[in-house]
Design a protein around this ligand. Structure first.
Ligand code: VGL
Ligand code: ZN
Length: 213
């Protein structure tokens, strides 16, 4: 059995993008996403500090295939900041799809961080936008709150969870991804690639049993 991790005041849970568009019936449904909420709520209950993120794009966002005439869904195109996957329209600010899923514990987390709000730059990560320069301020906020260890779960393992975990690690936090409390899009080998990057960066892969017993 895996080692049990004791949690303390310097630990934070980041729950990534548990939003209607990423579950069954949503614009960019992640397989199994709708089944995660009870487990995620149990995890939130284990942490003294937790943060929710919300993908929050203006209409016509540059990550939407519909914003690029002639482009197809899931094409990869070159943007000023690097490669961008073109997604279906999703998580448009104020829409039902952008709302946090029903039943998610939105009471305990001290922060709901909205990201991807710049119409021209995507932001998978809760820490840095895709230009790799614009910060959301989250690293500084967590450091000011004495956070040492960051645990990440939610949607999707291979995109927003992975980028958030990689940036947490790069910001100097000991970082864990709770695998069974996350679900992946897994297109074109993206899940294997994401785990390879996380392993190489020193992000630790755990299951919720390490936290819940
Ligand atoms: C996400 C693709 C586009 C995610 C967000 O939450 O993983 N993926 N926007
Ligand atoms: Zn998005």
């Amino acid at each position: 059995m895996a080692e049990r991790l004791a949690l303390g005041a310097d630990d934070v849970l980041i729950v990534v993008d548990m939003q209607n568009d990423f579950i069954r019936g949503g614009a960019l449904a992640v397989p199994g996403g709708e089944s995660l909420t009870p487990l995620v709520n149990r995890l939130i209950g284990c942490f003294r500090q937790s943060v929710l993120t919300q993908d929050w794009h203006p209409a016509g966002h540059s990550s939407f295939a519909s914003s690029h005439p002639g482009a197809k869904l899931f094409d990869r195109i070159a943007m000023s900041y690097g490669e961008q996957v073109l997604w279906p329209n999703h998580c448009v600010q104020g829409s039902h799809g952008a709302a946090l899923v029903a039943g998610l514990d939105v009471t305990s987390p001290f922060l709901i961080l909205r990201k991807g709000v710049n119409g021209r730059v995507d932001s998978y990560s809760a820490f840095l936008e895709a230009d790799r320069a614009t910060t959301t301020g989250l690293a500084a906020l967590l450091k000011a709150r004495q956070v040492a260890r960051v645990f990440v779960c939610g949607l999707a393992t291979d995109f927003c969870v992975a980028f958030t975990a990689l940036d947490a690690r790069a910001a100097g936090f000991e970082t864990f991804v709770v695998e069974d409390a996350s679900r992946a899009i897994d297109a074109d080998g993206s899940l294997d690639a994401a785990w390879a990057r996380m392993d190489a960066a020193g992000v630790t892969r755990i299951n919720s049993s390490a936290l819940l017993g």
